[in-house]
Write a protein that binds this ligand. Sequence first.
Ligand SMILES: [Zn+2]
Length: 509
Amino acid sequence: MSVLSGTPPVSSDSSIATDPSNDEVIIGLEIHCQLDTSTKLFCGCSTDYRDDGPNTHVCPICLGLPGTLPKVNKKAVEYALKVAKALNCEILEESEFARKNYFYPDLNKGYQITQYDRPLAVRGYLDIEGEDGEKRVRITRVHMEEDPGRLVHKGGTDRPKYTLVDYNRAGIPLIEIVTEPDLRSPKEARRFLNKLRATLEYLGVYDSEKEGSLRVDANISIQPRGWFEREGKGKADRGRAEVKNISSYKGVEKALTFEITRQKNAIRRGQKLESATRHFVETRGVTTASRSKEMEQDYRYFPEPDLRPLRVRSWSDKIVLPELPDARKVRFIREYGFSPTHAATVTGDWRVAEFYDNLPKDLAVSAATATWIADTLLGELNYRDMSISDVPHGHFIELITLIRKDTITDKSGVEVLRSLLDQLKEAGSCEKPSECVKRLNLAKTGGEGLEPVISEVLAEQPQAVSDYASGKSEAFNFLIGQVMKKTRGRVDPTELNRVMRETLDSRGP
Ligand SMILES: [Zn+2]
């Protein structure tokens, strides 16, 4: 078996080859998210470690020194129970921590405190917009565990000169969410993760913008259609790949897309895919084989003797959930008159939904504002790989107001927005929208200012003018386009149309 990068572990077996059009993709996910508590899961160390030096947020407990005892962070359990409830899970009467034993330098104690046969919750679901309409993705289980430390390989991961270990991350509370293999495409996987991220952020238990706060393992295989329903989980007609440690939302879709192509190619060649663990190399967008035999080991799980079982069901009964994405979507349609598509876009991201809810009421109820946020603003942010939290709220209100008051045109509004976002991206701050309008000379010109520009254009384009006179209507649009170009979109299109028509018609045939 080859372990070379990108080479699938294959053996030839032509009997496996079937009609590829009858195949379907089977995807299941295991998602680890850091719970956004202020202290670690079993000690009082601060979780705000990202800007600090290595090994500065540690104590005898999270360093796993002999003689220390862990103490459960109640806030972390409460956060985890909120997640389990929001994912419609059955909460167990009692839940228990367990030791997962393995030896690795990022694990100072020689074991990780996690949950095994008595997790917090099981059998939940999350509804998403699937490829063929609304889809229910089943959740197998939700459990808590501690994050291990972080290894820093000096000189690259392939052949590091040496490796440093930083235990600041050791003991950060994680929630692990395992889905049934219900997803059928990378796009569905992305939609599921987006919905999950939104749900966790609505709950206020997770911050997706913190570096390293997400890690996903994805199971993926390609099977003859209907096979999965017949045979069920745990069996693989054709082998499946487990892609480990994908650390970004975009990465999951990329890794899955790569895997599908790789597996389809192997199937087409009549090769038998073996089940294997693979790693996603984000920089190259590929998955590579890992030495799977070394990964398979017996973790010798046993109940953590230093922690008592948690009575989680009665605890969860007292927890009241806040408004979640689906409810907010319904409210935005009702309260602000959103279209279902815009409502889904805006409420699909907690930060965007909050941003919108905090707009002055008269702006919020306008369809133009909804379109601006859902299409223009989010599009421009996405293009620059920025987030809504990078935009000062007041600046945006000012910009929308300038458009609504007809001080600038919609088109100029986009220009101002682009300029402001570029400044923010570059320098972290930006001028006020009104200053930008002045600097770029974008204030809307009324009918009176138009005439000189129109005369100029007509003088430059005698051919188009005579085309118009001979009844060619497209010449009119061409001339309008020329004025727009000269005025860089500052003029009101309706007004321009009117004045242009008047000017041309007054010239006669
Ligand atoms: Zn500690």
